[in-house]
Design a protein around this ligand. Structure first.
Ligand code: BGC
Length: 721
């Protein structure tokens, strides 16, 4: 039991702390396990070999309530004489990012570990952290998640001193729940650019999350200092003002001879690396970029005849990888990297098609629940490192939407069971917080005080200088109140609970909504009313939405709230052609506009790069924000038409909708019940459909439904629209 070990600690300031224990093994080992965690992030080595391959262990959680420990099989690493060393950096726990939470951030650097050895003769030996361990300042002389890492290989190792036992809580220790973070992809630099300003910049060709690995021969004291950027400016110069206060630096001071190094206690979001300082002889071959992300199984693939669309889907995939680093973050580069609930809520379904993200989300939902307040309100980020006091519509709804998405996609009721009370708490909070019964309304000025909602965040109908689209907070909040209540009812029904009261509540919300919001004046209002089934005149609403889009030159105006459902709202109501034209639009604002401007990940703003080449203001301009990548969900479930018939794809609906704007489109989805394929190709006089299903399927083509058993089918249909 790890809890029987002591927390040991030392204060080494900005440097990572190296804890060390030497011990002898006497006998033949049957097996040996080590459980370990830290206040910070740790890297453990036994006899110079790394224990496990979890990067940034123990991961990111709501630390005051949940701190994961990991258990590794270390049988193969042990010998007769052993050195166990564990280096602990600040991590999310003690870096600048959590300064608003002193009860987390001001905890001392600490380690707890237990190594248990079972001998062939049945004897057991246990080594635990205690005063018998030594500790010293490591050569990682600086580390911080936002600011980066410095390693000094030129200095002699510090003198070890005995570790101190500290009285820290152990009640929050939990076994590993999430996926582990691993090194996943290696990128070699594509080119070394000398910019107009004369700076040397490496281009890795892909905006990624990870770090640089150095390998060079050097003199003692030679220094390599690197800065990160996602983009070059219109003159081709290095630009990272959008990282705001995050310094994101890598610094390495060499020893004589061969030097290999990579940061171990932080991560960076970058495509470009500026060589701020480097020995003269350094070349492009001395650097590799390593992409790290949570280790989920890839389950979804989309390919089309259109290369730009393919790039768009790759961009969404990369933004998922780059932001699925134990928690779903908004962005991996600037001084945020927070688990923003709204972003995760809108992207969750896409995420679950692309990858089996069940375990990843279930662990993070544990953090959301841990941060949920007594009154049921859900903070805007989990973990709530910034101590945000408010709770916004469409953000807090993550607690209702994501468990339902997991149930739909994976068919396991565990997500519903674990989150049911939290979903209920959220719905009750909205009920209690509202000025008007059966709506979620708040005082007109509440947004000014940043007390509540973010509105249709970053929508293009925002008044100049504002980030918030003009769709009213009360409209969005009441629409999501209805949606989350509906999902709560469905979850309760799936769990065989009596939902009479909430069913009635849902009916009342819908009817009050219809009486209150009679006209829909923005694209997002139409989208929400259609997608959430709130309008009693869907035909009229869809026609209005279609008209708004066409009158705007087939352009959207929607932000974080409206965009994810925009193409659905059009296509399921008879306007698939407009939906496809929006998807294929390449004039600003559009998904392909970003692709045409060289994006390798999804941008936060539609106009992250403006038509004249200038940038959106640096105060909020990430080039790696997955939210608008939610369009992929529409491609899987509408364009290719793969949707669960029953939760977890026990049966499947395959209702592809072709378009004449693309020659062919194929989606392969490895559901928990097997591989599903849907491909359509425009051919002379019609469309050829190639479908593969491992489970009974309802196949809908040209409005005709066919119930078919598992198998492979080729079906011919009429011309695409
Ligand atoms: C984040 C967003 C987040 C938003 C809340 C931003 O700073 O980057 O993605 O959802 O704040 O409005």
């Amino acid at each position: 039991m790890i809890c029987e070990a002591d927390w040991i600690s030392a204060d080494t300031g900005d440097a990572a702390t190296e804890f060390r224990k030497e011990f002898t093994i006497s006998g033949i080992i049957k097996r040996a396990y080590m459980s370990v965690t830290a206040i910070g992030v740790y890297e453990a080595m036994i006899n110079g070999r790394r224990v496990g391959d979890f990067i940034l262990a123990p991961g990111c959680t709501a630390y005051n309530k949940r701190l994961q420990y990991q258990t590794y099989d270390v049988t193969e690493l042990l010998s007769d004489e052993n050195v166990l060393s564990v280096t602990v950096g600040k991590g999310w726990h003690r870096s600048r990012m959590s300064e608003n939470r002193p009860e987390i951030n001001k905890k001392p650097c600490a380690l707890i570990a237990e190594l248990s050895v079972e001998y062939e003769n049945g004897r057991n030996e246990i080594i635990r952290t205690d005063t018998g361990w030594s500790v010293r300042r490591s050569r990682t002389v600086f580390n911080d998640i936002w600011d980066g890492e410095t390693y000094d290989a030129s200095v002699k190792g510090a003198e070890p001193v005995p570790a101190a036992v500290v009285d820290l809580d152990k009640g929050m220790l939990i076994p590993q729940e999430g996926e582990i973070i691993r090194e996943q992809d290696i990128f070699l630099a594509k080119r070394l650019i000398v910019t107009p300003k004369g700076e040397r910049v490496l281009d890795f060709g892909q905006n990624l999350t990870g770090y640089i690995e150095l390998d060079l021969n050097a003199e003692a004291g030679d220094t390599v200092e690197l800065s990160c950027a996602e983009i070059l400016d219109s003159d081709g110069n290095f630009y990272n003002d959008n990282y705001r206060s995050a310094k994101s630096k890598m610094k390495y001071i060499c020893c004589a001879g061969r030097n290999t190094w990579k940061p171990r206690f932080t991560f960076y979001g970058f495509r470009y690396i500026r060589l701020d300082r480097a020995p003269e002889h350094i070349t492009i071959d001395n650097f590799r970029a390593v992409a790290v992300y949570s280790d989920m199984e890839r389950t979804g693939y989309i390919r089309t005849s259109d290369e730009r669309l393919n790039r768009l889907f790759d961009n969404a995939l990369w933004s998922q990888r780059d932001n699925f680093l134990d928690i779903p973050t908004d962005c991996p580069q600037r001084d945020e990297r927070m688990g923003w609930t709204g972003d995760a809520q809108v992207f969750a379904k896409t995420a679950c098609y692309n990858y089996n993200a069940k375990k990843f989300f279930e662990k993070w939902l544990g953090d959301v629940r841990a941060e949920q307040r007594e009154n049921g309100s859900v903070p805007d980020t989990a973990p709530n490192f910034w101590k945000i006091e408010r709770s916004s519509t469409a953000w807090g709804d993550a607690i209702a939407v994501i468990p339902w998405r997991l149930y739909e996609m994976f068919g396991d009721k565990h997500s519903l069971e674990a989150n049911f009370d939290a979903m209920k708490g959220w719905v009750d909070f909205m009920t209690n917080d509202s000025l008007d019964k059966y709506l979620w309304t708040c005082p007109d000025d509440s947004h000014k005080m940043w007390r509540k909602h973010y509105g249709d965040w970053l929508a293009l109908d925002a008044p100049s200088g504002s980030y918030r689209g003009i769709t009213s907070d009360n409209f969005i909040a009441s629409a999501f109140y209805a949606y989350s209540t509906d999902l709560l009812v469905k979850a309760g029904e799936a769990l065989d609970k009596d939902m009479t009261e909430y069913r009635a509540l849902y009916k009342n919300i819908v009817s009050k909504f219809r009486k209150t919001f009679v006209e829909y004046n923005t694209q997002t209002e139409c989208v929400l009313a259609l997608y959430f089934g709130l309008t009693d005149k869907p035909k009229q609403t869809a026609s209005k939405l279609n008209k708004m889009i066409i009158e705007n030159g087939i352009r959207l105006k929607t932000g974080f709230v409206g965009t994810p459902y925009l193409l659905y709202a059009l296509s399921v109501n008879g306007y698939a052609d407009t939906a496809y034209r929006l998807l294929m639009q390449d004039k600003y604002p559009s998904w392909l506009y970003e692709v045409d401007h060289g994006a390798t990940t999804i941008w936060e703003h539609w106009d992250g790069v403006k038509e004249d080449g200038s940038f959106w203001s640096s105060d909020m301009n990430s080039y790696n924000h997955y939210s608008y990548g939610a369009v992929m969900d529409w491609v899987y479930s509408f364009a290719a038409g793969i949707r669960p018939g029953e939760p977890g794809f026990k049966t499947v609906i395959i209702a592809p909708v072709p378009s004449k704007l693309i020659n062919w489109l194929e989606a392969d989805y490895y559901s928990v019940n097997g591989k599903i394929v849907s491909k359509w190709t425009n051919v002379e006089n019609g469309v050829k459909y190639e479908i593969e299903t491992p489970v009974p399927a309802k196949i809908v083509i040209d409005g005709k439904e066919r119930d078919l058993p598992p198998g492979k089918y080729t079906i011919w249909g009429g011309l695409a629209e």
